[in-house]
Design a protein around this ligand. Structure first.
Ligand code: ADP
Ligand code: MG
Length: 231
């Protein structure tokens, strides 16, 4: 129900994209694992949030008008102390406003930073005119963009489908672990895939959804960025 409210508000405002800080509500409503995240409106609030979450933290631009935050250099990882938090808040928000003069800047997200060694994967769905919602899985970063190393399944996914889709990509070995590394938590990824499939069925107004990245290691998986496009 909370997910529907967020979507309806966007539809009424005639906005086609739901960006990370807005989509977080939807992600939480589905009980997906996310890094701890607080929306802050000033550098003082950013400091309070960072101290609460614990260092290091990640700061991200929060604006309904900026969907690719890195385009405005709007993501800073490994922010390590009070001074850096205050300075980074000002840097990120003023740069975004300078680069996107018409954008409404809500503030920043202060987010728990994933531990070193996590791997990045992408989980999403898109609707095919002919077949309906297709759930997608791929390795993050250059692997998706250059290698096109992605696999698809028609929703709804069964547990078996989820099991298969994560093992189908060419870079599966990287997730299984090389040189004595531990395998990532595949069950945690499969759980997120099944939730993504459920969202595709529940939310027909959403044309496309993408968790990019999901950060995963041997212990857990966290949805660290979300973007949704409405019909
Ligand atoms: P964009 O809107 O540019 O896609 P993201 O939120 O995906 O912004 O952040 C960009 C990159 O920063 C991610 O692909 C990931 O490498 C890194 N990142 C984002 N959030 C975290 C986090 N909580 N912990 C560690 N790294 C992160
Ligand atoms: Mg992203």
């Amino acid at each position: 129900a909370r997910a529907m409210q967020v979507i309806q508000t966007h539809e009424q405002r005639n906005v086609a994209e739901i960006v990370e800080f807005e989509a977080q509500e939807i992600v939480k409503a589905y009980g997906l694992p996310t890094p701890r995240t607080v929306l802050v409106r000033s550098s003082e609030e950013a400091l309070v949030a960072a101290e609460e979450i614990g260092y290091p933290v990640v700061l991200k631009i929060a604006s309904p008008d900026i969907s690719h935050k890195s385009d405005v250099d709007g993501v800073k990882v490994n922010v390590r102390n009070a001074n850096e938090v205050m300075r980074t808040f000002h840097e990120i928000t003023s740069r975004a406003q300078r680069m996107r003069q018409d954008a409404y800047i809500a503030g920043c997200l202060v987010q728990e930073m994933a531990p070193p060694g996590v791997k990045e994967v992408i989980i999403g769905f898109k609707r095919d005119e002919q077949f309906g919602p297709m759930v997608m899985f791929g390795l993050g970063g250059i692997h998706v963009e250059i290698m096109k190393d992605i696999s698809f399944r028609l929703a709804p996914l069964s547990r078996q489908d989820a099991f298969e889709i994560v093992r189908e990509i060419k870079s599966y070995m990287l997730l299984k672990g090389i040189k004595g590394e531990q395998p990532v938590n595949f069950t945690a990824l499969e759980d997120i895939l099944l939730t993504m499939s459920q969202m595709a069925l529940d939310l027909p107004q959403v044309w496309e959804a993408e968790f990019n990245p999901v950060l995963v290691n041997h212990e857990r998986a966290m949805v660290a960025d979300v973007r949704m496009t409405l019909q």
